[in-house]
Design a protein around this ligand. Sequence first.
Ligand SMILES: [Zn+2]
Ligand SMILES: [Zn+2]
Length: 393
Amino acid sequence: MWQKCKELQDELVKMRRELHQIPEIGDILPETRAYVEAKLNEYGIPFVENTHDSGLIATIEGGKPGKTIALRADMDALPIQEENDVDYKSKKDGAMHACGHDTHMTMLLGAAKVLNENKANINGTVKLFFQTNEEGSRGAERMVNDGCMEGVDAVFGTHIGCILSNEIPSGTVIAVPGCCMASFDKFVIKVKGVGCHGSTPEKGVDPVNIAAHIIINLQEIIAREIAATRPAVCTIGMINAGFAYNVIPSEVTIEGTIRALEEEVRQELAKRIGEISKSTAEAFRGSVDYEMIWGAPPVVNDDEMAKLAADCARDVVGADKVIDHIPAPNMGGEDFAYYLMKKPGAFMFLSSANHDKHTDVPHHNPKFNVDEDVLWEGSAVFVRIVDKFLNNK
Ligand SMILES: [Zn+2]
Ligand SMILES: [Zn+2]
């Protein structure tokens, strides 16, 4: 069944380029949804729109009853001004598909078309999740809370690009057991002091000085409290402090991110950041408001489903273009984790890194692009997985 996807290649490139020109950010993606729905209508695949955002779930009922498999694509773009000089460049100022989610929708629509045309030969049900706001890690969580995983037996998704490395040749599929990506969360610490003249710090409480101590102290959590064998990152990416050289401000804002490969480590980081920033501020007569804005948990593949995905990828692209083990998980995050918390499944990577085609630029870069030759492969791997999981073929 998957071989049919090869014939779709030109159609997939066209679709991807059309979607690439209409990037939308966040939860509400009216043009993107309209595009996806038009394709589903053309193929004759029924769908239900989400009530809370522009996501939707399409369903292909097989000819005979059986298990249910879910395949997922994310639909959102990024607030980036595209710098690629291509005739399918983003038509929207300050918005760009710089993470490849345009290809995710395309590959899933391609798979949907082939699966729907062959539905008489499918035992069971295929659900197609088109979710919003992966970049803000809200889309998947909302779909899961709305019950999208009820009745689903396994879930699969793919990320295109060069997330793991731009040295992995284009067309390679990576499907690994266990954790493949980290949790990602954001924290905000508001350090509160008492503003005063820079010449008389004793008359106030200096939040800039307190913030400096907090920033240094937070690194002790990973250096001294988390075992070196349990990877974790704590990065402070933003500090907002002060407005004049001789004025002690009354407040400083610190923002950062934590990454972990285990939920337990993630929770420990969140707890200790709060405790250390509070006690550090109190030691110097200040206080803090601390907030952890939860992103997504670690992405943990089911061993059996990861093996199934790797086996299916081998059938499609050949054994030499499948990686089923990586030396270490990636410290980036993906809200696909929410689906995997509910049911077994696997999150795959499809490399589109090609030095000659300049598609080896990092994700979220204004010059990010993909090697479109791999689009049919993404669809074909999905179709092959459905055939194997539902039909046991
Ligand atoms: Zn991204
Ligand atoms: Zn992405």
